[in-house]
Design a protein around this ligand. Structure first.
Ligand code: ZN
Length: 471
């Protein structure tokens, strides 16, 4: 009896202290436990055997595993032991439905590619359904490869926002406005009205930042650019655009307007810290100073620029000046994929080759461009781009034991030069798991592929695509 009484007392005491310990812990929604956490915070902390606590879509704590275990409890715990936890990658420039044009015309320069193939193919095929099918394909491809935020400009952007939000992906999305009739809007004024309604509908959404996207200074008149800027001012919405992509654009601009694209846009008051400028291949040093002063975000698209032989953006100079420059894939028709791992690898290597200096654009700098510096480029650095307390919980768990990653010496080197998209295991956006152990949870891959192949038949017939083998 005595022994039993003592045992009972011990049991009660144990249970009590356990409850107290439990009570001291803060309940969160999700804990990522273990693994190497590459935070990309101001101190560039890399936490060996770390942990991340997530609640309400945001990071509550990032620390070593001991501290996380002591302070937090969650219903859902994902074990990241032996893996690496990184901030979600940011694709700073896409035209997501163009996945359906992947490979219809390659090995051409920008003007011929645009005017002979892309614009006619768009005129004959782009509908809201086309845009939805292409967006789902692109979203699945991006989530699979660890991209958690993308910046897009296309037509029927409201449908893209709808698909993006359903997929649980984050997007800065702008309706493209351009000075010729397009599928969803026949005039520029209609495009502006669409943009205004679109921005008003989506602003305040946790995942979608609605924007306006005048195509480029060579396809949109001065008055229309000013109107886009006025709308951006009125609704505090970002402007997504292409600037200084090719040498020809610069030469034509000097001829027609007496100034380079950057100088011209500055002169008409278009540039500011809400502008996200894709490409920026041909700015002068003085123009880079202007961009820095105004806080213009820049998105470097190394593979697209290489494929269309548009030139090499002065990225080492941009980094030296600490400009907000991120990475983008551009549309899949000029890349031909939406894979940020390749852009990081290419960015690091391209600039070494061009500058004849292997020390420029280090692996860490390339990784930074795909994460925190990329967040600055799309003006979202307060929300995303690093794993930090208070930021949105956009995280990616990547395997570290593939053959191509073995053996392992340096985390940035391994991530940028050796890791492939297929090494991405689990993806979390706004605290929600959207891919678990390589299985997409918000998108159906088989349906997406079948839908895309159906469009292929239509596109082949509509623009006489040369296929190989021939059909
Ligand atoms: Zn583009």
């Amino acid at each position: 009896m005595k022994i039993n009484f003592a045992a009972l007392l011990l049991l009660i005491l144990c249970a009590q202290s356990l409850t107290m310990a439990q009570r001291r812990k803060t309940n969160v929604d999700l804990i990522i436990r273990g693994g190497t956490v590459v935070t990309m915070d101001g101190a560039r902390r890399v936490i060996e055997n770390g942990g991340v606590a997530i609640k309400g879509g945001r990071v509550v704590a990032v620390a070593d595993i001991g501290e996380i275990d002591r302070k937090y409890a969650a219903h859902e715990v994902i074990n990241a032991g032996g893996k690496v936890v990184i901030p979600g990658l940011i694709n700073g420039h896409t035209h997501v439905p163009m996945t359906l044009f992947r490979g219809i015309a390659d090995d051409l320069d920008l003007q011929e590619w645009l005017t002979k193939y892309i614009f006619p193919a768009e005129a004959k095929n782009v509908t809201e359904d086309f845009v939805r099918v292409g967006a789902r394909l692109g979203l699945a491809e991006m989530i699979r490869s660890g991209t958690t935020t993308y910046c897009d400009m296309y037509y029927f952007e409201d449908a893209i926002a709808d698909e993006t939000s359903k997929a649980g992906m984050r997007g800065v999305l702008g309706e493209t406005v351009i000075d010729f009739p397009v599928a969803d809007n026949k005039t520029y004024d209609e495009g502006l009205a669409y943009s205004e309604a679109f921005i008003k509908k989506w602003r305040g959404n946790a995942l979608i930042v609605p924007a306006i996207a005048p195509h480029a200074p060579y396809t949109v008149s001065e008055d229309h650019l000013k109107a886009a800027r006025a709308l951006s001012d009125k609704l505090s919405a970002p402007i997504v655009t292409h600037i200084s992509e090719t040498k020809r654009e610069v030469d034509d601009s000097i001829k027609a307007k007496g100034a380079s694209p950057v100088d011209y846009l500055n002169r008409i008051g278009f540039l500011n810290d809400r502008v996200i400028a894709a490409h920026m291949v041909w700015p002068s040093e003085e123009e880079l100073e202007v961009l820095k002063k105004l806080g213009v975000g820049i998105v470097h698209n190394p593979q697209s620029n290489m494929k269309l032989a548009s030139g090499t953006a002065p990225v080492p100079e941009m980094l030296k000046m600490n400009l907000p420059v991120g990475l983008g894939t551009d549309g899949a028709a000029s890349n031909n994929d939406l894979n940020l791992w390749e852009e990081m690898d290419t960015a690091a290597k391209l600039h070494k080759l061009i500058s004849n200096d292997p020390k420029v654009v280090t692996a860490e700098e390339a990784f930074e461009m795909a994460t925190i510096r990329g967040a600055r480029a799309i003006h979202l650095e307060k929300e995303i781009g690093s794993i930090e307390k208070g930021k949105r919980a956009d995280l990616v768990i990547v395997d570290l034991d593939a053959l191509n990653q073995t053996p392992f010496y340096n985390i940035y080197s391994d991530l940028v030069y050796a890791t492939k998209a297929g090494d991405v295991r689990t993806v979390i956006i706004e605290g929600r798991v959207v891919m678990r152990d390589r299985r997409l949870l918000t998108l159906n891959e088989e349906t997406i592929k079948a839908d895309a192949r159906r469009y292929r038949e239509k596109i082949v017939q509509s623009v006489g695509v040369k296929t190989l083998p021939e059909e």
